[in-house]
Design a protein around this ligand. Sequence first.
Ligand SMILES: [Zn+2]
Length: 214
Amino acid sequence: MFLLIMGPPGSGKGTQAKILAREFQIPHISSGDIFRQAMEINDELGDELQLAINKGQLVPDDLTNRIVARRLRKDDCKKGFILDGYPRTIGQGDALEILLDSLGCKLEKVINLDVDSNVIIGRLSKRLLCKNCGASFNLITNPPKNKGVCDYCNCTLSVREDDNDKTVVNRLKIYEEKTKPLIKYYDDKKLLCNIKGDVEVTEATKAILACLKG
Ligand SMILES: [Zn+2]
């Protein structure tokens, strides 16, 4: 199985990718993992990547493509893989197609976990924090016993906003702009499995497996 899984940050695609890798006995190729591995090797690619990340830039397409290509040429990918977090742009999608052509294989399905960005941002904005004792709550999944008051120290709760939230919102913006066009790109190639991602993990897995068989 040559698979690709897509979805906005917070859609649970990493979790699904791991489940599918086990199900089909194929390697889970996550862009985060291969970037980390690439930086541990002190060769030309690793140094170039470190430099781009130190500058706080997005890793350029060309460099990303070369790092992914090196991974996909390994023997364990001959019978399939599930790509997670790559491609992130149309340019990377084109590069992937050329690479797979040269390896004599092609993508069989592209799974898109459909979770509205607003839902993800909404989840973040429902987080509450006690500045006194550090306890955290969530209006939906873990509400405090008394509205607006900490269960542990009775102090007033405030809306939680941290660097992590800002990172997610920023990643969502980049996703909307650069990655979302890939949904139509793969739909046009008749490869897309659009899966409702805003459900239980097992339910999403079931829907994915059904689509892969279809
Ligand atoms: Zn408290």
